[in-house]
Design a protein around this ligand. Structure first.
Ligand code: ACM
Ligand code: ZN
Length: 469
């Protein structure tokens, strides 16, 4: 019997016998509050297609399923709802910029696999890509680097660009039409060289800071002892809030070295005045100032897991776990916090397939064994960092199919997942990607042999070492 090839795998499929031709003209969709917000029931049989959805969004999801059923499909009843509320992808448009048009293709692909969050990484050491009308210099000065030197990927000449408010709104609207929320990221207090280039007075030393041309973790971070730092941050956030209606705003917090804060009289003074025991607690204090600001505007923060190191960060934040040996994110979730899993070892889609084969991404269970209540893990997110990716074709090669594997984990209960079947279904799903303008990595590259994996891993790390020297 012909089976249905849908990604993500629907959670309950009943085959009713026989086949039917899908006629979009004979489609009846009803919204009912007897179902959950993202839950739908789709019946395709001789009488046509009937959709019952818990909301318009759920009806949209049913239609994504329908699109993948093809023109002729077995008669089925599909009862479906997601395993996780947050099903996201993250795009880094700092290290390399991706156009609004290409970003829309990623959004189309994400929508087709029922993802509902686009996390947009817009600020970092190598460029500030948000135009803020309150602080125009942030982008005007901070968006341009003198050259690019990312290991093997060296490009001479200036590289720059930023997104205007209209362009960012265009992305927000395009996403909204597909029931995707855009969570913008303004990464602070670390990864801020580009902002410091525009506002050198916000660095602890008050000296000129370059927009960085290579990958790294840099010691110049925003001075937490200078009141002007928060003035600038709040101004830029005010612009961000006007553009992005999302309940959550990502404020970064990863990889913030404390060397400058340790030496800075203003930071030390702040610590004394606020009774903060060390520089890590100062980061906690800084984060909480921003969280409080967002609260006054009715918004909340997402932070990378390093933000939990201080132990004082407000419990209203959502933590995005990427590398967390001490499992502070798990403790946070077990204390009633919300956690997103983006484990770098499984979900970073910029890593070569040799290091992160498709089945490794697919088979990863995002709920840590130590999590007491599964619902505290609100979901999964597949990031793609772009130091080594400077074309949309390469981006798609790295992202697909792994991002769709994360989408399936986000939607389909662990007990219904099957890696071999996913890979089979992906072949059918590739037609949809092709129509969108996305070419995934070919199957022979998805799961390299152990030998290939070892050699690729060694060559990747050799590249990393070259780039850090
Ligand atoms: C990260 O990869 N620094 C979040
Ligand atoms: Zn300082």
């Amino acid at each position: 019997m012909k089976r249905i090839d849908v990604i993500p795998m629907p959670n309950k499929i009943t085959y009713l016998g026989g086949e039917t031709k899908i006629n979009p003209e004979k489609l009846a969709a009803t919204v009912s509050d007897s179902l959950e917000q993202e839950e739908y029931v789709l019946t395709a049989d001789k009488n046509g297609v009937q959709i019952l959805g818990g909301s318009e969004k759920a009806v949209f999801y049913a239609k994504q399923t329908l699109l993948q059923l093809g023109e002729v499909c077995p008669c089925v009843k599909i009862e479906d709802k997601p395993a996780f509320a947050h099903r996201g992808f993250m795009l880094d448009t700092v290290r390399h910029i991706f156009s609004v048009e290409d970003t829309k293709k990623l959004i189309d692909a994400a929508a087709s696999v029922k993802m509902n969050v686009m996390h947009w990484h817009l600020t970092d050491d190598q460029g500030f890509r948000i135009y803020s009308s309150r602080r125009p210099d942030a982008a005007l000065k901070g968006s341009v680097r003198k050259s690019s030197d990312f290991g093997r990927l060296k490009e001479s000449g200036e590289y720059g660009g930023y997104f205007t408010a209209d362009e960012m709104k265009e992305i927000v609207d395009y996403c909204a039409e597909r029931y995707i929320t855009v969570i913008p990221e303004f990464d602070i207090p670390g990864h801020s060289s580009a902002l410091l280039h525009a506002f050198p007075q916000l660095s602890c030393k008050g000296e000129e800071v370059e927009v960085k041309t290579s990958q790294g973790i840099y010691e110049d971070i925003l001075c937490a002892g200078n009141d002007e730092t928060l003035d600038v941050v709040f101004d830029i956030l005010s612009d961000i809030l006007e553009i992005f209606p999302s309940e959550y705003i990502h404020i970064g917090g990863d990889e913030a070295p404390k060397a400058r804060w340790k030496e800075c009289p203003h930071c030390q003074e702040r610590m004394k005045k606020e009774g903060l025991k060390d520089e890590e607690t100062l980061q906690g204090w800084f984060t909480n100032q921003v969280v409080e600001f967002l609260k006054t505007k009715g918004r909340k923060a997402v932070v990378w897991n390093e933000s939990l190191k201080s132990g004082v960060v407000d419990g209203s934040v959502t933590v995005q776990m990427w590398m967390d040996k001490k499992k502070l994110s798990v403790d946070f979730a077990n204390d009633g916090g919300r956690m997103i899993n983006s484990d770098f070892f499984h979900y970073y889609c910029d890593y070569p397939y040799g290091m992160t084969p498709l089945i490794k991404t697919y088979n990863y269970n995002p709920v840590d064994k130590k999590i007491k209540d599964k619902s505290s893990v609100i979901g999964v997110e597949a990031p793609i960092w772009t130091e080594y990716i400077n074309s949309f074709e390469h981006l798609c090669h790295m992202f697909f199919p792994r991002v769709t594997a994360v989408a399936e984990t986000g939607w389909t209960y662990e007990t219904n997942k099957n890696a071999a079947d996913f890979q089979r279904r992906f072949m059918a799903y590739s037609d949809i990607l092709k129509k969108i303008g996305i070419i995934p990595a070919p199957p022979e590259e998805w799961n390299p042999s152990l030998f290939d994996r070892l050699t690729k891993t060694v060559s990747f790390f050799t590249g990393v070492m070259k780039r850090n020297n």
